[in-house]
Design a protein around this ligand. Structure first.
Ligand code: DAH
Length: 346
């Protein structure tokens, strides 16, 4: 009897069905009132006591195998029929909701494109940096406030016991990439470095602890302030429109001398003064200047032979001016009502 039960178990295991009726026939044959299993239980009454345990187990295994098989076959037939309804080629297609590029990415790509027309190539550097690349080699004096905990996120701040180890920090500007490039490349250098920067600032409409910058660096023989001015005028007219005027105001950065800040004319009031430009007629866009000879020297470039200019801009700021966005926080909130306005600028 045991042999017969094992044979039936194997038979149930290999059974296949193409139609629901086949499954039903299988069920009746095994589990029906006069089916195989109920016949086996009848025979079971005659089994000698010492065999009862083994035979009983066999019949139960057979019953479970049949039940599992039925569930399995029903599920697979359901899936097949689902597939047939869903692959009806005459049904209308599913509507795909197209997202949009984030305005910061759009503007970043636009800036890169404009400078690539002038022969600038992209370079990138790490977001986790050391003091040398962010400050020291850019001519920041040791007591400069930007080195303070209040402005910089430190990952490791050295103490007098950390012999020879540098501060490790999140870069506060992409000017650090200038240093990385000068370390590994001889002039001529003509590069832009887009990337994320981090500052220990309270989040408000005008400040954020994470934002994006594009840094520019051009070093060669005979590079002058005129080249800087013309490059920035070209850039401003490309990004803000042909009729854009710029002005340069003297400023200070440790890594450039002379330094300047560039403004563009306020398009809202055409320079007459309004509440957007705080009645000045101008909007501040970026910082720039001639690379300080100290920076060239500390990066082993001879300032007697080479000169260069550098500039750095905030991408969120450029996008704010371009699209008249008045709150920095909008960029980071992922509010679909804000982002949807840029759907067509993919
Ligand atoms: N690194 C400056 C900042 O984060 C921006 C900047 C100003 C970059 C002048 C430059 C420059 O290369 O020449 O505010």
């Amino acid at each position: 009897m045991l042999e017969k039960i094992n044979q039936l178990i194997n038979e149930a295991k290999v059974f296949e069905a193409k139609l629901p009726q086949n499954i039903e026939q299988f069920r009746i044959r095994f589990l029906g009132k006069k089916g195989i299993i109920s016949e086996l239980f009848k025979e079971f009454q005659e089994v000698p006591a010492e065999m009862k345990k083994e035979i009983g187990l066999g019949i139960n295994t057979l019953k479970n195998t049949v039940l599992d098989k039925i569930t399995y076959l029903k599920n697979s037939l359901d899936q097949i029929s689902d597939y047939h309804t869903k692959s009806d080629l005459s049904l209308p297609g599913d509507l795909l909701k197209v997202g949009s590029r984030h305005p910061v990415s759009t503007v970043m790509n636009e800036i890169i494109e404009i400078f690539s027309h002038l022969g600038f190539v992209i370079s990138e550097g790490p977001e986790i940096e050391d003091d040398n690349h962010v400050f020291s080699k850019l001519n920041f004096p040791p007591e400069h406030p930007a080195r303070d905990m209040q402005d910089t996120f430190f990952i490791h701040k050295t103490s007098p016991y950390d012999n020879g180890i540098e501060d490790v920090l999140l870069r506060t500007h992409t000017s650090s990439v200038q240093v990385r490039i000068m370390e590994k490349q001889k002039p001529p250098i003509r590069t832009i470095s887009p990337g994320r920067v981090f500052r220990n600032e309270a989040i408000s409409a005008r400040a954020h602890c994470i934002f994006h910058q594009v840094e520019g660096l051009y070093i060669d023989k005979n590079v002058s302030f005129v080249d800087l001015k013309q490059t920035l005028l070209y850039f401003s007219q490309e990004i803000f429109g042909e009729d854009t005027q710029i002005r340069l105001r003297p400023s200070f950065f440790p890594f450039t001398e002379p330094s300047a800040e560039m403004d563009v004319i306020c398009k809202i009031c055409n320079g007459r003064g309004c509440n957007v430009c705080k009645y000045t007629g101008w909007l501040e866009v970026l910082g720039c200047g001639m690379v300080d000879p100290n920076v060239l020297k500390s990066n082993k470039i001879d300032p007697e032979v080479y000169t260069g200019f550098a500039f750095g801009m905030g991408v969120e700021r450029i996008a704010m001016l371009k699209y008249q966005i008045n709150d920095l926080r909008l960029y980071f909130e992922n509010d679909i009502r804000f982002l949807e306005q840029f759907t067509y600028s993919i």
